[in-house]
Structures are given as structure tokens and as C-alpha cells.
Design a protein around this ligand. Structure first.
Ligand SMILES: [Zn+2]
Length: 290
């Protein structure tokens, strides 16, 4: 088993706001501070959805994303900054910041699915939406990222998503190693089940890495299993606003501290960003060029 474990901090996401946890960053300065603290706590990578600084609404506006990206890189040049490709209505909107900034890594989503919010106790629908990722989009996002030298992190929300990727990858444009992220407990995806996780890992092609993230209370059980299976760990306020004891996290960095403790119990230690680059096969990106 790889001794080093790559810890990623997903700082904001698109669906959590300051009224749920005041530590959710909106401004470039807040992102830079959160990213730096996560790095100091043991994270090698941050996963970023930029926000409009005033309203906190998610944005794929290139200048807004650039401001966040540059602020993080300026304060912590060592960190790997991964940008989401999920924000925006069209392929062009979603891809624009990635083309402009050429980060080292970006997320690549693998299936069209319900992506909603239901009351988990009563089943009542609070917010209903569909996340569109057709085969054509999976192909076009993947090809463009590979062409730019931006390593895709392949987001797997259920076994069908993995099958979609396995099929499209037959075209041969994805470079090794393949980096997967198993996402648990999105409403519309699959709920965290340890036995399913173990099965999914066995379905991965050779020369694959995997990390995992779980929504809400599944965050820490999922990363613990990932660490145990030789995978990596993603935490952050995007996925969960709390700590294992139920208290609000003071920031993604506080969840990183817990991930480091879990890893230590399992005989693993946090990878530095350069160690993570080597494991994941990333090129090293400089600051963005205007
Ligand atoms: Zn995300």
C-alpha cells in the first residue's frame, strides 16, 4: 500500500453558504486563507468552485475564477489547485475557466443524474435538479482536458458512471494514471455503502488511483474506508459543514486535521503537493497568465 495519502480540501462547492457555516469562503482572500490553512494542516490539493464575492453564488466567470485561483497560488504556491467543471449551463461555460487557467487538475463528471436536496428523514423534496453530463460531454471534456495537460479527476457517483467512463475511455484519449473520486450520498447518486465501495475499487482499470468524498455524515466513514483500501481522502465544507462530533467545522482545514489523525491510525501519512503530483501524474502549473 502507498504510505502517502493525498488529502484534498474541497473548500466551498456550489451548494453551501455562510448561513450554514460562516467559514465557507466567498472572496478570493477568504479562499486563499482557507486554502493556506488546509495546506498547513496536511492537504496537498484544494478543489475549488469560485463564488461571486458579494452574493456567494457559484460562478464560472473566467475573471472571478482567476481571482480565486491567483489568490490561492500567491499565498501558497506549492498547493495543487483543482478547478471544478460543473458550474455553468453549457459545455463552453463549464470549460472556460479550465481553458483560461490550465490548472493541474479539473473534475470530470461521468453521468447525467438527479442532483437534488431531499429531507433525509421525511423524503420531502426541498430542491430538485438534474446534472447533465452526456456521453458527448464526457468525451469533449475529457479530450479537451487531456489536450491542455489538465489531469481529469473522474467523478464516480454510482457504478453506472464508472461504466460510462470505461466505455468512453475505449477511444484511448485518457492518459495514465487514471484518477478517480468516488462521491457518496449525493441525493440522486448512491448512498455510502462500504460493500459497494470495495466492489467499485475492484472494477478500476490497472494504473488507477482513487480518492473519495461523502456528503454530510458519510464524509468521515467514506474517507476512513478509502484510506484503509489504499486510496486517498477528500474532505472540505463542500461535502460536509461539520466535524465527526457534530460541531460546525471552523473551516475545511479542521476536517483536514481529522483526516490526518485517521490516516495516522491506519499507518499512513499525508503526501506533500509534490509527492501528490508524482502519484497522480500531474504537470506542475505556474500562476495563471493573463
Ligand atoms: Zn466540487
Amino acid at each position: 500500500m502507498e504510505k502517502k495519502v493525498i488529502i484534498t480540501a474541497a473548500l466551498a462547492g456550489s451548494g453551501v453558504f455562510k448561513n450554514q457555516n460562516p467559514a465557507v469562503p466567498y472572496t478570493p482572500a477568504e479562499f486563499a486563507e482557507e486554502a493556506h490553512r488546509a495546506y498547513k494542516s496536511g492537504a496537498a490539493m484544494v478543489h475549488v468552485h469560485a463564488r461571486e464575492p458579494e452574493s456567494g453564488l457559484p460562478t464560472s466567470n473566467v475573471e472571478a475564477v482567476r481571482a480565486v485561483y491567483d489568490a490561492i497560488k500567491q499565498k501558497t504556491p506549492e498547493l495543487i489547485v483543482q478547478i471544478t467543471s460543473s458550474v455553468g449551463r453549457t459545455f463552453e461555460d463549464r470549460m472556460a475557466p479550465i481553458i483560461a487557467l490550465r490548472p493541474e487538475s479539473a473534475s470530470l463528471n461521468t453521468n447525467t443524474m438527479n442532483f437534488s436536496y431531499l429531507d433525509r428523514k421525511t423524503g420531502q423534496i426541498v430542491f430538485d435538479s438534474v446534472f447533465t453530463n452526456t456521453f458527448t460531454m464526457l468525451q469533449d471534456f475529457g479530450k479537451k482536458m487531456e489536450e491542455l495537460g489538465v489531469k481529469p479527476e473522474i467523478e464516480i457517483y454510482d457504478v453506472g458512471g464508472l461504466d460510462n467512463w470505461l466505455l468512453i475511455s475505449k477511444q484511448g484519449f485518457f492518459s495514465e494514471p487514471y484518477n478517480f473520486d468516488f462521491v457518496w450520498s449525493v441525493v440522486g447518486g448512491q448512498k455510502f455503502r462500504p460493500i459497494i465501495f470495495a466492489s467499485l475499487v475492484q472494477m478500476l482499470p490497472p494504473n488507477s488511483n482513487f480518492t473519495t468524498c461523502g456528503v454530510g455524515i458519510d464524509q468521515f466513514p467514506a474517507i476512513t474506508q478509502s484510506c484503509l483500501l489504499g486510496g486517498h481522502m477528500r474532505v472540505g465544507l463542500e461535502d460536509n459543514i461539520r466535524l465527526p462530533n457534530g460541531e460546525l467545522a471552523k473551516g475545511s482545514w479542521e476536517q483536514v486535521e481529522w483526516a490526518v489523525k485517521i490516516a495516522a491510525c491506519l499507518g499512513r501519512e499525508p503526501a506533500t503537493p509534490d509527492e501528490a503530483r508524482k502519484i497522480l501524474g500531474l504537470r506542475k502549473a505556474a500562476d495563471s497568465k493573463k
